[in-house]
Structure formats: structure tokens, C-alpha cells
Design a protein around this ligand. Structure first.
Ligand SMILES: C[S@@+](CC[C@H](N)C(=O)[O-])C[C@H]1O[C@@H](n2cnc3c(N)ncnc32)[C@H](O)[C@@H]1O
Length: 245
């Protein structure tokens, strides 16, 4: 067991404590996750995810790995793209989130394989997937470099990684964004999900996450080529894409 320290939002905690605290957050929010997502982003997360799917280059027959897939938005959209000859794996470290996601996909008519696993130790062979995606998951991971290296390992040569994540907002918008994140978000979390703390963590974890250029460099460091990113909503989120060659 490691006793190195890391961040949990703005707090400094030891690494094992971080994993436990992240688990508590997602066990707590799982049932209200989808409604809170729509509320907090005014539905914008749907557009961010739509852009991710449409620029992924996914085609019939592809194998897709959705890491930190949670309630399954991306998995569901990828199922439609890859069709019956393709394969989409919904994975997440958290059993509550994964359970909600699996049930939603079944209700929509997609019986996808699911796996409860840590992105830092993926239970998949080398060079297997055409596409790996991680949406709003990377910032919760303790060793982001290890997780990115695992994503690289399981991709086939020519395959690509898509990382959709909160990022660094355009500077003139920062005061308004901070007000929204640190005042309104926890208030909405308390009102709708009876859980202000989890939404306070959300706001803090976004501020602690690497910015666009830093994440690009991290992807390059583990081997990804042709790494580029696209800012959305003035940099509130960014989609990073990189290839394994
Ligand atoms: C904000 S949710 C995103 C869910 C979904 N991808 C979406 O975009 O709606 C973040 C997810 O990351 C998962 N997660 C956190 N740490 C993880 C890890 N080390 N490995 C895999 N999943 C992790 C959480 O359990 C949670 O379901």
C-alpha cells in the first residue's frame, strides 16, 4: 500500500484515501447522476458527447472500450455506430454507476459486456480496441499517467483515444464560472441530490485537472501521436484525441 499523497479536490490526502473518497462520491450520486448532469450543464453535456461520437471515426464492426463509462451515454451512442458486428465494452470502477449504466443500456435494447475495473489496470489484452474513450473520468484517477499508458496498451496500432474532460476556461469567463461552480453547483447538489459535498468535489476536481496543453503532453509522453484537442464552450471542456502508431 502506498502512502504517497495526492489531491482530492483541493484537499491533500493519501492515495488510498483518494480512491475511497472518489468511490463514495460516485456511490452517492449514481441514482441522480443523469438528472444532475442535465441540470448542471443545462443539457450541454449532450452536445459535448455528440461531438465526441461524431469525430471519433467509429464505424460498423469497430471494438470500442468506454472507460469510466458510468451511466453509459457514450456506450449507448457507440453501440449505434458499430452495429451488431462491433463490440462496445462499458467499464467503470464503481459498481453503483456501472449498475445504472448497464440497466439503462438494457432498457434501450443493448446488452453490452460490462466490466468493473480500474482504468489503471485494465483487464484487456494488448492491441485489442479500435477506439478507447474516457468522458469526465480521467480527473478522478489517482495515477493519470498509468491510466493513459493502459489506454495506449489496449489500443491496436492505428487506434485512437478520445478524452472528453473539463479543462481550462477562457480567462474572461473565469469569474462567472467560479461563481457558478463554487456557489450554485453545491447548492443544486444539495437541493436535488441532497449531497452538496459531492458537487463541491466536482468543482474542485475540475480546477485541479491538467489544462489543455498539459494533458496533450501527458498523452504524448505515454506514446500517443498526432495528439490534438478541441475546446468546447470556451474551454469549459476539451476533447483530446491521439493515435497509437
Ligand atoms: C463523472 S462520471 C462520468 C461518467 C460518464 N463517462 C459520463 O460521461 O457521463 C466519472 C466516472 O469515473 C469513474 N472512475 C473514477 N475513477 C476511476 C478509475 N480509476 N477507473 C475507472 N473508472 C473510474 C467513476 O466511478 C465515475 O463513474
Amino acid at each position: 500500500m502506498s502512502d504517497s499523497t495526492t489531491h482530492f479536490g483541493f484537499k491533500t490526502v493519501n492515495e488510498t484515501e483518494k480512491a475511497q473518497k472518489v468511490a463514495e462520491v460516485f456511490h452517492s450520486v449514481a441514482q441522480k447522476y443523469d438528472v444532475m448532469n442535465d441540470l448542471m450543464s443545462a443539457g450541454l453535456h449532450r452536445a459535448w458527447k455528440f461531438f465526441t461520437i461524431e469525430t471519433s471515426g467509429a464505424k460498423a464492426g469497430d471494438r470500442v472500450l468506454d472507460i469510466a463509462g458510468g451511466t453509459g451515454d457514450l456506450s449507448k451512442a457507440f453501440c449505434k455506430k458499430v452495429g451488431k458486428t462491433g463490440q462496445v465494452w462499458l467499464t467503470d470502477i464503481n459498481s453503483s454507476m456501472l449498475g445504472v449504466g448497464r440497466d439503462r443500456l438494457l432498457d434501450a435494447g443493448f446488452a453490452v459486456p460490462t466490466a468493473q475495473c480500474d482504468a489503471e489496470k485494465l483487464p484487456f489484452p494488448d492491441n485489442y480496441f479500435d477506439i478507447v474513450t474516457v468522458a469526465f473520468g480521467l480527473r478522478n484517477m489517482t495515477h493519470k499517467d498509468a491510466a493513459l499508458a493502459e489506454m495506449y496498451r489496449v489500443l491496436r496500432p492505428g487506434g485512437r483515444l478520445l478524452v472528453l474532460e473539463f479543462s481550462k476556461v477562457w480567462a474572461p469567463l473565469k469569474p462567472a464560472y467560479d461563481l457558478y461552480s463554487f456557489k450554485l453547483l453545491p447548492f443544486m447538489g444539495k437541493l436535488v441530490a441532497q449531497d452538496a459535498d459531492s458537487y463541491q468535489y466536482l468543482a474542485e476536481s475540475i480546477r485541479m485537472h491538467p489544462d489543455q496543453e498539459t494533458l496533450k503532453a501527458m498523452m504524448q509522453d505515454v506514446g500517443f501521436g498526432r495528439v490534438e484537442y478541441h475546446n468546447m464552450s470556451a474551454g469549459i471542456v476539451a476533447l483530446h484525441k491521439g493515435f497509437k502508431f
